[in-house]
Design a protein around this ligand. Structure first.
Ligand code: SF4
Length: 368
């Protein structure tokens, strides 16, 4: 179909780092394989066919390459995909072909963004958002689009409202004066409260506004809960060793403290983190990340009518990423590469792990 296509400004700058990638994406995932492709794999002859049949799990219902192997079974020691090398792009699952490109197809238009789980996409985002809102602008054109929509809502009036509301929300975040973490906290809470009220209007529920809690930075009590109920698991030692080490660092600092001591320590650390000119640029980076989280997930509201969920998702992402940035900053290791790694690992753990994500949401919901 011919449609309007918007791309995030840094979208076309993406080039896969291939063998030079320090945090290759071919590990730790359950990689879905399309039915037709799975059939083709099963018919493949020779050593490649044997390897494919040994690596495919899930039967006919849910064909996939396994998730908890340290790397995809098709990932060769030279850092490249053996399927792509031997049989070309059309022989790899579509999720691998498109990663880290992602899109939202509303039926009226399409928006394309980059998934920051890819360390190079994360680096491009950091670079683009450093210069303020311009790096997070959209480019627009008309073009052919073949990927199907995920949802089926047909409510042009609501879609228009969503579009207008997002424009206002994003410029509020990117163009507003945020000079302290408290300002950002106020803004996030205000957006969450407004989202809840609009949601109540649309769904005609009698629920009220939200209980005021701190949404940036989260309290140590909430962080402890998020970390220990779901974010940190021993399996990370194998599947994401760098993230495992960062979580251990968190526990080394805060585990033996009372909540009052931990909260004081956290505030002191954030005080240093947001100090001076560099601190202000970190605050700008934080609000840009919050804005980007909203931008790419916004149109999910077209299907679930949950404005509030979008704000909560973005707040969880922001707080966890900033926590690990803070820990690296305290160790004097927070350069662009470290920030890209943190973004990439946290995004993978939160956005692409449904169980962890649902548990994080439940934990935050209990506070409201
Ligand atoms: S993480 Fe990104 S840059 Fe690295 S191999 Fe995967 S797609 Fe390429």
């Amino acid at each position: 179909m011919n449609t309007r296509i918007r791309k995030i400004a840094f979208y076309d700058s993406f080039r896969c780092l291939g063998t030079k990638c320090p945090l290759n994406c071919c590990h730790g995932w359950k990689v879905p394989v399309e039915d037709e492709l799975a059939k083709e794999y099963k018919k493949t002859r020779g050593l490649l066919g044997l390897r494919l049949r040994c690596s495919l799990s899930g039967g006919r219902e849910d064909p996939h390459f396994s998730r908890y192997l340290l790397r995809c079974p098709m990932h060769d020691p030279d850092g490249l995909c053996s399927l792509q090398k031997k049989r070309g792009e059309n022989f790899i699952p579509s999720v691998c072909r498109s990663f880290p490109r992602e899109w939202a197809n509303t039926g009226a238009f399409v928006e394309q963004t980059l998934d920051l789980t890819c360390i190079e996409a994360a680096r491009l985002f950091i670079e683009a958002s450093g210069g303020g809102g311009a790096g997070l602008a959209w480019t627009e054109s008309d073009g052919e689009w073949i990927e199907e929509r995920a949802g089926d809502n047909d409510d042009p009036e609501f879609l228009n409202e969503l579009t207008a509301l997002r424009d206002v929300t994003i410029s509020r975040i990117l163009d507003g004066v945020i000079s302290s973490p408290e300002d950002l906290d106020d803004l996030i809470f205000e957006l969450a409260d407004a989202a809840k009220r609009r949601q109540n209007d649309i769904l005609k529920t009698a629920e009220g506004g939200l209980h005021r809690i701190r949404l940036f930075p989260f309290s140590i009590m909430l962080l402890n809960e998020l970390m220990s109920t779901c974010f940190f698991e021993d399996i990370l030692r194998l599947s994401e060793p760098s993230l495992y080490r960062m979580c251990r660092r968190y526990y080394r600092i805060f585990d033996r403290m009372t909540e009052i001591e931990g909260q004081k320590k956290l505030e002191e650390m954030f005080g240093r983190f947001f100090e001076g000119a560099e601190g202000r640029s970190r605050l700008n980076a934080a609000k840009s990340y919050f804005a980007y989280c909203l931008m790419r997930s916004w149109y999910e509201t077209y299907e679930d009518y949950s404005f509030l969920r979008r704000i909560k998702e973005a707040a969880i992402n922001l707080n966890i990423v900033l926590l690990f940035e803070l820990l690296s900053f305290e160790e004097g290791r927070l350069d662009t590469m470290m920030r890209s790694s943190i973004l990439s690992m946290c995004e993978k753990r939160i956005r692409h792990n449904g169980d962890v994500f649902d548990e994080l949401m439940r934990t935050l919901d209990a506070r409201f």
